[in-house]
Write a protein that binds this ligand. Structure first.
Ligand code: FAD
Length: 470
């Protein structure tokens, strides 16, 4: 635990939501010396037998690590994660090809969601100026007075007042409801047509069933499956597929036919019985992208994490962006002497464009992961971008690198990516034009012996065309 800074009359900060972002944020405010109370609907997950929630594991990258580092948690969480150095693409025939995430030594980490949440709650509790309130569901609150009403499982109510309310209560935020009633609050939400379903791949003879240091991907254009490793040597496989496709499969035999056609290499690894059973355990779960602005009301309330920006999970950035919210807010607190009336609007001004940019990028990656990775042009561009990054490390930086391995502001990363793309595509066009002109010149100057020319057959043309269009 780090020592809180001293304060004569500590202000009270209420963090609503003790999930990943709420628990981390509570540490940030406690470290600054505020009187912090966390209010969480669920019982204490450290005591719960079953922890309900979304994905079992998550990819942690640079932004999230930096945020953990600030409260002295990085090393502990990293030591409990599994490094993934590359994507491992599984073709329908079972061929596996790695595509590295970045330079040698760069990796993302597979971490257990429940464990991370427990560690953060335990860390938050080490601050003497912190109080945890589980089984407290926010029902209503007043932006004028900061008075909040919570309900408890036994039907009782609690009323608590705070100087600042930090809404970290996730994508379906109860705090955000008050924002929606106010003028000039922008809000949009989009459900994508895909749902997700998690399946477990057990260890084989006590070892991982596949290579562990990869994020495995089975891209199948309109749908895909991914798998992330866990410390217990299992993999959590997540199938992302349009809801109507999920619904078409209604029997165990249909599950097997589907897996046989698209993910045959996983059948012996997940197991026939497990597949037939687990496919029907839960329906496909929905994914939503939410954008809003501003993130604050006066000097009373601010939204962070999924409450402010739920993003689809295809860039592995939802939690990372939420963790980065905590650092950005903290940096602004430092600059503006913790004056909430100045800090909150500044936070909205700085953070909204970045969170909106990552929401858009996550939507873009929704297509890239399941479809583009199959394309030869995409693979060529990935290799070319990495090569150019190697030659000109400060001029050309691949988008994935900027997003995942740096703290470049998300919207700046998008601007730079678009600029780089233009430059590289123009370079390729000039290169290709130069090659054609140069080749034509040489052909005119040195006409070949017509008898020795290879005339492309119809089959060769078809192959060339397919390479060009794929
Ligand atoms: P949540 O985790 O939703 O926590 C909100 C908390 O608020 C919960 O504990 C909830 O019980 C509590 N709460 C809700 N309502 C109330 C109320 N009225 N009163 C009091 N408490 C309340 N992100 C990544 O960075 N990397 C990944 O690899 C990744 N993979 C993902 C895979 C999937 C399938 C999904 C769905 C998401 C993934 N994400 C990933 C995104 C990540 O899960 C979220 O961005 C992250 O959980 C957001 O944390 P949060 O604390 O803001 O919200």
């Amino acid at each position: 635990m780090e020592e809180p800074t001293g304060r004569l009359t500590p202000k009270k900060v209420a963090v609503v939501g003790g999930g990943l972002v709420g628990a981390l944020n509570a540490c940030y405010f406690a470290k600054r010396g505020f009187d912090v109370e966390v209010f969480e609907t669920r019982e204490d997950i450290r005591q719960a037998k079953v922890v309900k929630g979304r994905s079992i594991n998550l990819a942690l990258s640079h932004r999230g690590r930096q945020a953990l580092k600030h409260v002295g948690m990085e090393d502990k969480i990293v030591s409990q994660g599994i490094p993934m150095h590359a994507r491992m693409i599984h073709s329908p025939s079972g061929k596996q090809s790695p595509i590295p995430y970045g330079k040698k030594g760069q990796f993302i980490l597979s971490v257990d969601r429940a464990n991370l949440n427990k560690e953060l709650l335990t860390e938050a509790e080490t601050y003497p100026n912190m109080k945890m309130n589980f089984d407290h569901k926010l029902k209503d609150w007043s932006p004028e007075t900061g008075l909040m009403t919570f309900t408890r499982l036994d039907g009782s109510h609690d009323q608590i007042q705070a100087d600042l309310i930090v809404g970290c209560d996730g994508a379906f935020s109860a705090i955000r409801k008050q924002f929606l009633r106010r003028s000039r609050f922008n809000y949009s939400q989009t459900y994508i047509p895909h749902g997700y379903m998690e399946l477990t791949m057990p260890p084989v003879n006590g070892e991982f069933a596949m290579k562990p240091n990869y994020l495995h991907i089975w891209p199948r254009n309109t749908f895909m499956m991914i798998a992330l490793p866990n410390l217990d040597k299992t993999f959590t496989c997540t199938l992302f597929m349009p809801f109507d496709e999920f619904e078409k499969i209604t029997t165990g035999d249909e599950v097997m036919e589907f897996f046989q056609e698209y993910f045959a290499d996983t059948i012996p690894l997940i197991g026939v019985d497990a597949l037939k059973r687990d496919y029907f355990r839960l329906p496909g779960l929905a994914m939503v992208s939410i954008k809003c602005s501003p993130y604050h009301i006066g000097d009373k309330c601010v939204l962070m994490g999924d409450a402010a920006h739920a993003v689809v999970p295809f860039y592995g950035q939802g939690m990372n962006a939420g963790f980065e919210d905590c650092i950005v807010f903290d940096e602004i607190m430092e600059q503006l002497n913790e004056d909430f009336s100045a800090v909150l609007p500044e936070y909205s001004r700085v953070r909204v464009p970045d969170d909106h940019a990552i929401a858009d990028l996550a939507m873009y990656n929704y297509i890239e992961m399941r479809a583009h990775v199959n394309s030869k042009w995409f693979l060529f561009r990935k290799h070319l971008d990495n090569f150019l990054h190697f030659l000109l490390p400060n001029t050309i930086v691949p988008l994935y690198t900027m997003v995942t391995f740096t703290r470049t502001r998300y919207h700046k990363a998008v601007d730079r990516w678009q600029w780089q793309d233009k430059v590289i595509n123009r370079g390729l066009l000039f290169g290709a034009t130069g090659a054609v002109l140069g080749g034509s010149y040489l052909l005119i100057k040195n006409p070949p012996d017509i008898n020795k020319l290879i005339i492309p057959t119809e089959k060769m043309w078809a192959r060339l065309m397919s390479l060009w269009t794929s």
